[in-house]
Design a binder for this molecule. Structure first.
Ligand SMILES: NC(=O)c1ccc[n+]([C@@H]2O[C@H](COP(=O)([O-])OP(=O)(O)OC[C@H]3O[C@@H](n4cnc5c(N)ncnc54)[C@H](O)[C@@H]3O)[C@@H](O)[C@H]2O)c1
Length: 347
């Protein structure tokens, strides 16, 4: 039996608790939060007795796995300390909020290849994204021409006021991109590979006086493969959560809304049918807990992580891979500040 400890008992923690509790080989033995009451409340709900306020106490216990569910600014230190304590670690997005964070975390992970380290990007574990990636790998779209992602959601001033870290450079590291659109930017890397360079604009259009970071951003980019990309993202929209991805290939065209196909075009009816059958949304796995847009992927990702620990292999999404998605976002910020095309670093 693997023992697991959870650091951070806020909004996302129940999704991790329920995900780990669904795995027979895992027992959650400790919950930690700076506010003891938050840990105790979840402990009572999920039958976990041991609660503490100092994560170093959790690291000193006999847990094998540490799940980091705290704010962005605290991820790097907790992850590095957990690795130094010999624990397998899975950390929520965004892995870090500065290039320095990412450097430290990936260096610590690489120095301990015997430990399994991962960053949460649960949408990679959804049936539709896995199936879409397979279609792309099998060249079902023909030559890829260009890709666009438009993402719109809404975050109120009250949302930003609900946590002192939210909407700050030091605590969150950014706004719409590093917190909400990050899922879709990781999805782009999952589907199309690494981004080589990009040029961006960002602004705070509706949260002035409340946040220090962007609520809206756009960028143009080129993948390593040469494929062209445009992205627009805002959390000031009159819409809860909608991502709209279009893929234009020489043999097929796809419109993909909230991880589901909404339109498939092709001059070849057989190809169109083949893509539709492969992306059938009814095959999607069930969701566990949390908001609907969290999707069903946490269960799959936590299960893959635990299997990776048991089988001593890499998980599907490693910590280094997750760092590269955060690096893409930090490069958007760099370009928006410099007004220039910027190359995306790789960890
Ligand atoms: N994958 C997803 O879909 C998804 C959804 C929501 C949040 N998240 C991510 O999960 C993380 C947490 O977000 P949230 O919305 O739950 O935040 P939150 O503010 O609700 O909860 C964070 C908790 O961490 C605690 N904490 C902070 N520093 C700590 C420390 N050093 N030791 C112990 N506890 C500490 C805080 O007291 C707080 O209770 C963020 O990285 C966020 O981006 C991911």
């Amino acid at each position: 039996m693997l023992k697991c400890g959870i650091v951070g008992c806020g909004v996302i923690a129940p999704t991790h608790i329920e995900g780990f509790q669904a795995i027979p080989e895992v027992k959650i033995t400790c919950l930690c939060d700076l506010e003891l009451e938050k840990a105790k409340k979840l402990g009572e709900k999920y039958g976990i007795e041991n609660c503490c306020t100092d994560y170093r106490e959790l690291l000193a216990s006999d847990v094998d796995i540490v799940s980091v569910c705290t704010d962005h600014a605290s991820h790097a230190q907790i992850v590095c300390d957990a690795i130094a304590a010999g624990k397998h670690v899975i950390c929520e997005k965004s892995l870090g909020r500065t290039f320095d964070d990412l450097e430290r975390m990936t260096a610590a992970a690489k120095a301990h290849p015997e430990l399994i380290t991962a960053g949460i990007f649960q949408h990679r574990y959804e049936y539709s994204n896995i199936a879409l990636r397979k279609l792309l790998q099998e060249n079902k779209f023909g030559k890829l021409l260009c890709v666009s992602l438009n993402f719109a959601c809404y975050r109120s001033n009250d949302y930003y006021r609900s946590g002192s870290w939210r909407g700050t450079v030091a605590g969150e590291g950014g706004g719409i991109l590093i917190n909400q659109a990050i899922h879709h930017l990781d999805q782009l890397r999952y589907l199309f590979g690494d981004v080589k360079r990009l040029c961006a604009l960002s602004a705070n259009l509706t949260h002035q006086g409340v946040i220090e970071v962007e609520d809206t951003a756009v960028f143009a980019a080129e993948f390593e493969s040469g494929l062209m990309l445009t992205v627009t993202a805002t959390n000031s929209a009159s819409e809860d959560w909608r991502s709209f991805l279009t893929i234009s290939g020489s043999e097929a065209y796809l419109e993909y809304i909230n991880e589901k196909p909404s339109y498939i075009g092709s001059r070849d009816p057989a190809r169109k049918e083949e893509i539709a059958a492969a992306l059938n949304p009814e095959k999607e796995n069930k969701k566990v807990s949390g908001k609907s847009y969290y999707g069903a992927g946490h269960t799959g990702q936590l299960a893959d992580f635990v299997r990776a620990v048991l089988e001593k292999r890499q998980p599907l999404e490693t910590m280094t891979d997750a760092a590269n998605s955060s690096a893409l976002i930090l490069t958007v910020y760099k370009s928006a500040a410099s007004g220039k095309w910027e190359e995306v670093p790789r960890y």
